[in-house]
Design a protein around this ligand. Structure first.
Ligand code: MLT
Length: 314
């Protein structure tokens, strides 16, 4: 029977689906590298780093399945060189990720952590003043699946939404009903800027000191996409000097973000990379990835190949 190793916590629904046809091992707290020999598929979330060294331990490995969207924890080039297919689950957690983005936008605008701390310390309504989001401009960087959902949610609470996405063909903007703006224009006019792009060499520190300086004074910055897209030290300076009125981060350059300047910055809401951590998203992600693992070993086409060249498809 084909052996599948699950390295990171995965929803029970997906595991049950695979167990009908495949020999599934859940690594739990055990060492993934030592369990890998003999497995033909490895399933990970974002915790396990799938390096070339780890892939080298998988002498029978044919498939790496990412139960989630981002594949920045997987050395896809190394997998491709070794003839190992990489697949992900790009749809199942989209709504939860978008809802978390909205939650962080609102939490930052209404300063919920400070309000909560105030109640606990007896400082009843002292120095509290939030910002209403209706009527404000929301700038969405990245009009992919999550960015589009965030745009919808922003519009639903009365925000004027614009987006920047250099990869979207001009005709697609009309279909989406979204206004396209060059990045610097979007930064200059948005009251809230939210990122929904992958971390790639060309997007690392997309929002650096120079671009942050181009943001509207008093704006709010939200990052639920990937740590590394913004320069955390530069954001902390902008929060301290008031150029940004607030920020909210679910993702960090290093996770956990020990030593990040964001930890001590004022007016910042921080959550531990949990945008996709809802019961619904994790159940759906596990099923979305399980179907692909089953399809692959049954010789059927897989829905979301990251490196289809391995299959001889471009
Ligand atoms: C994703 O890429 O799917 C999310 O960031 C959640 C996760 O890392 O599991």
């Amino acid at each position: 029977m084909t052996r599948v190793l699950i390295a990171d916590p995965l929803g029970a629904d997906g595991i049950a689906l695979m167990q009908h046809r495949l020999a599934v091992t859940v690594a739990g707290e055990n060492d993934v590298a030592s369990l890998l020999p003999g497995s033909e598929a490895l399933i990970v979330r974002s915790r396990t780093r799938v390096t070339d060294d780890l892939l080298a331990r998988g002498d029978d490995l044919r498939l790496v399945a990412r139960a989630g969207i981002g594949v920045d924890n997987i050395d896809v080039d190394a997998a491709t060189r070794r003839g190992i297919l990489v697949v992900n689950a790009p749809y199942a957690s989209v709504r939860s990720a978008a809802e978390h983005t909205l939650a962080l936008m609102l939490a930052a605008a209404r300063r919920l952590p400070a309000a909560d701390a105030g109640v606990r310390s007896g400082a009843w309504r002292t120095g509290y003043s939030g910002t209403q989001l209706a009527g404000k401009t929301l700038g969405v960087i990245g009009a992919g699946k999550i960015g589009r959902q965030v745009a919808l949610l922003g519009a639903a609470i009365g925000m004027d939404v614009m987006a920047h996405d250099p990869y979207l063909p001009p005709a697609a903007w009309n279909d989406l009903g979204l206004t396209s703006r060059p990045l610097d224009d979007l930064l200059a006019v948005s009251d809230v800027v939210t990122l929904h792009i992958p971390l790639l060499p060309e997007t690392r520190h997309l929002l650096d000191e120079t671009r942050l300086a181009r943001m509207k004074s008093g704006a709010i910055l939200v990052n639920c996409a990937r740590g590394g897209l913004v320069d955390e030290a530069a954001v902390a300076v902008c929060l301290a000097d008031g150029h940004l009125s607030a920020a909210a981060f679910d993702v960090f350059e290093d996770e956990p973000p020990a030593g990040s300047p964001l930890l001590t910055a004022p007016n910042v809401v921080l959550t531990p990379h949990v945008a996709a951590s809802t019961r619904e998203a994790q159940a759906h992600v596990s099923v979305e990835i399980a179907h692909q693992v089953l399809d692959y070993f049954a010789g059927r086409p897989v829905a979301h190949a990251i490196n289809p060249s391995v299959l001889g498809v471009s």
